[in-house]
Design a protein around this ligand. Structure first.
Ligand code: SF4
Length: 430
């Protein structure tokens, strides 16, 4: 058992209160549980209890054993001077505050319902699959929907925070921020980090000056990415880009360029090579002067797909690296890549903008776009699909990815509405 179960028991008061008394035999009543403290200090702040008809206000500290008070050095810490109650699973030692006064103890090992404890142990057991799997069919659909709505918003808020941090670092420039977010997602996990570095080494403000010149955009992207470093191959197109880049680098005083070794080609199919992605990116940036303004205002899902439509240059129609030709290669962005960019770039940008403006229209737009995209399939989402969780759109798959990462994998079932239902509902454990 972990202390988080005892926090849960105290927070929801799931223990037998008949003839409730402290370890010293004082009659005892909980008037207010207090608020769970996630920072340093006692576990619950602002609690109120009544002991022998006297009302006490202060903090509640919770441990598996009362001797943990000394193990954690609370007897030396002034933050614990206001503790009015020590709730423990097992009382094995009298404990005192810094001033030498004894802290009242409530032992609960014989007061927690057996079914609740058993359900908790089942849920937190180290199993390869989701621990709630045997019971989840008994959980009402509405409870599952409430949880998926909650975690989906948590996921979008986390992404919005990252975007807002970038926006602050970009001196409140949404266009530069959108450009950086798009580029980092063009790396599709494997090359996310070098693409993000590239976005900072080559500002959008420079690209925009050449928005109608494909050759210059490619020279800037491939040059700053390190693919035009000496020695060059005998490929004429590479040499031409290199000449152009030498001029542009000097003109814009570009620094901090990457090198070829920063890019990952390992285990990638040629169509996903970073060189191909850079060529696709050049097509995307061509003719677009306002990435962000366009993305937040497009009308429907078809417009968003069109936004990512773009024919790579003639050279990249037939190459996947400089001097490496393959005439049958499909070098345009596929539908799966477009969906990925919509889910991980466009929708979080629109949502972040909605949060920034406190404008529900943009938030609803982000949610509505998610509902129009196909659900993603990966080893995480498959687990929920196998348990017949609703699986209608990317709204659901994004929610399950968050549920898995933040709740199921770290076994935070006590903070999950589904786990909460199972713990409370004794039918679930039969
Ligand atoms: S966190 Fe919720 S959904 Fe995940 S395993 Fe626990 S109870 Fe099930």
């Amino acid at each position: 058992m972990k202390e988080d179960f005892l926090h849960y028991v105290w927070q929801h008061q799931y223990f037998d209160k008949k003839d409730l008394a402290t370890a010293d035999g004082e009659s005892f009543q909980v008037l207010r549980t207090g608020i769970l403290n996630t920072n340093a200090g006692p576990d619950f702040l602002g609690a109120q209890v009544k002991m022998n008809e006297v009302t006490w206000n202060g903090s509640v500290e919770i441990h598996l054993k009362s001797s943990d008070w000394y193990r954690h050095n609370h007897h030396k810490d002034p933050k614990y001077d206001q503790v009015i109650l020590h709730m423990v699973w097992e009382h094995d030692q009298v404990v005192k505050r810094r001033d030498g006064t004894i802290i009242p103890v409530l032992e609960i090992k014989n007061r927690v319902p057996e079914a609740l404890l058993q359900n908790y142990l089942n849920l937190t057991a180290d199993k390869p699959t989701l621990p709630c799997a045997p019971f989840v069919s008994e959980v009402p659909h509405l409870t599952k929907l409430t949880m998926t709505d909650r975690v989906l918003l948590e996921r979008l808020d986390e992404k919005a925070c990252v975007i807002q941090e970038l926006w602050q670092n970009n001196k409140a420039d949404w266009e530069e921020t959108a450009y950086q977010v798009i580029l980092s997602n063009f790396g599709f996990k494997v090359n996310q980090e070098p693409f993000l570095r590239l976005s900072k080494a080559l500002p959008y403000s420079v690209i925009r000056r050449h928005q109608h010149q494909r050759l210059q955009i490619e020279a800037l992207l491939f040059g700053q990415a390190g693919f035009l470093e000496e020695p060059l191959s005998s490929d004429q197109y590479q040499q031409r880009l290199s000449q152009e880049f030498a001029f542009l680098r000097h003109k814009y005083s570009l620094q901090d360029s990457l090198t070829v070794s920063d890019w990952n080609f390992f285990r990638l199919r040629p169509a996903n090579f970073p060189t191909v992605r850079l060529a696709q990116l050049a097509s995307l940036l061509l003719g677009k002067s306002h990435l962000f303004a366009t993305l937040v205002e497009l009308e429907n899902i078809k417009d968003y797909y069109n936004f990512f439509e773009g024919r790579v240059s003639d050279y990249w129609q037939e190459h996947y690296m400089f001097s490496r030709q393959n005439k049958t290669l499909k070098t345009g962005l596929g539908k799966a890549s477009k969906d990925n960019l919509l889910i991980n770039t466009v929708i979080p940008l629109i949502f972040a903008y909605g949060r920034y403006l406190d404008n529900q229209t943009y938030i609803n737009k982000a949610l509505s776009l998610l509902e129009q995209l196909k659900p993603e399939e990966n080893h995480k989402t498959k687990q929920y699909k196998a348990l017949n969780f609703q699986f209608l759109s990317a709204f659901d798959s994004q929610a399950y990815i968050q549920l898995y990462n933040q709740y199921c994998a770290p076994r935070k079932c006590l903070s999950c509405s589904i786990g909460h239902y199972i713990l409370k509902n004794t039918r679930a454990c039969q």
